[in-house]
Design a binder for this molecule. Structure first.
Ligand code: KDG
Length: 317
């Protein structure tokens, strides 16, 4: 039995040690990042069991990544080493706090060659939730097929499908993105869009309307993320705004949405109410922004508890 299964591409992440334009950077720190493993590591740190399905290159960086993710407590038994394609790479340029650019070197990567055959139905069937990111269908046609195959398997085996649209405009055209992300949303039980993603998908910026538009697609729970302001959740029965936590200084916002998703699903797995789960999600998302790196800031239980209990003026230790 496993709490959650997810699948997608994780990349080697190089971050310049200096801030500012990357063309002037000479030294880089090597880390790892990928929406689904950020989420999976977030859940593992909070004590949940989670598995990740992927492909990495059968190369030194791929092997380093695999041991890193495994070392963080995520089950990697369904990750394949691909001898014919490299592990994807991305660079994260931090120009200044809150101004971050990413540059991908992932075309033709091992993960982009995943197909529905990379899915093991028996492995998926043991989980309660399937987490799908909108990045995966943008990687290739076979990855797109894999997403819909995974959702079919999840539904056939009684898993709840959790979807983060994770719009990445560098990876596909707006038309392709809108069509595919809406098609996935229409098959999801829980949707976790950012407000800007909602606006992109529906051309509407009224929060209540957006929540309703997602519910009309068939979702049971929609949580609209509002950045530092928190989040607003919607179900067919109720909707509620849950304020965020103050953060004195955002160091690196990348990965905050994945942390949010981990916090939210962690709350549901613990049997918390929706409002409490969204509060936990807001807290994990906020904590992630204070640390450089996609996963380095993800809290364990005691970090999370301390952060959520601190009076505002003591939040930043
Ligand atoms: O959500 C954070 C991700 O965007 C980052 O970890 C890299 O997976 C990544 C991507 O495809 O951008």
């Amino acid at each position: 039995m496993m709490d959650v299964v997810t699948f997608g591409e994780t990349m080697v992440l190089f971050t310049p040690e200096s801030t500012g334009m990357m063309r002037y950077a000479h030294t880089y720190t090597r880390k790892f990042g990928g929406s689904e493993t950020n989420f999976a590591i977030g859940l593992a740190r909070l004590g949940h069991s989670v598995g990740w399905i992927s492909r990495v290159g059968d190369d030194e960086l791929g092997k380093a990544m695999l041991s890193f993710v495994r070392g963080e407590g995520v089950d990697t038994s369904c990750v394949r080493l691909d001898p014919d394609a490299p592990t994807g790479i991305y660079f994260k340029e931090i120009r200044k706090a809150n101004e971050v650019n990413v540059y991908y070197y992932r075309k033709g990567s091992a993960a982009s060659r995943m197909t529905p055959a990379d899915l093991d139905e028996a492995y998926l069937a043991q989980a309660r939730y399937l987490f799908v990111s909108g990045i995966t269908p943008a990687l290739s046609e076979t990855c797109r097929e894999m997403v819909f195959a995974a959702i079919r398997m999840a539904k056939a085996n009684g898993l709840k499908v959790v979807f983060d649209p994770n719009l990445r405009k560098k990876l596909w055209t707006e038309e392709q993105a809108r069509e595919t992300l809406l098609a996935i949303a229409a098959q999801s039980d829980i949707i976790l869009p950012g407000a800007a993603e909602g606006e992109f998908l529906f051309g509407d910026n009224d929060l209540e309307q957006l929540g309703q538009r997602f519910l009309d697609l068939g979702a049971k729970i929609v949580v609209l993320k509002l950045g530092e302001k928190g989040a607003h959740y919607f179900t067919p029965e109720e909707n509620l705004y849950v304020p965020g936590f103050p953060v004195e200084q955002v160091v690196d916002p990348v990965g905050a949405g994945d942390g949010f998703a981990a916090g939210f699903i962690s709350g549901l797995l613990d049997g918390l109410s929706l409002a409490e789960s969204v509060k936990r999600a807001n807290a994990v998302g906020a904590i992630v922004t204070m640390v450089n790196g996609d996963v380095e800031g993800l809290p364990d239980r005691s970090d999370l508890q301390r952060f959520m209990e601190q009076p505002d003026e003591e939040v930043m230790r």
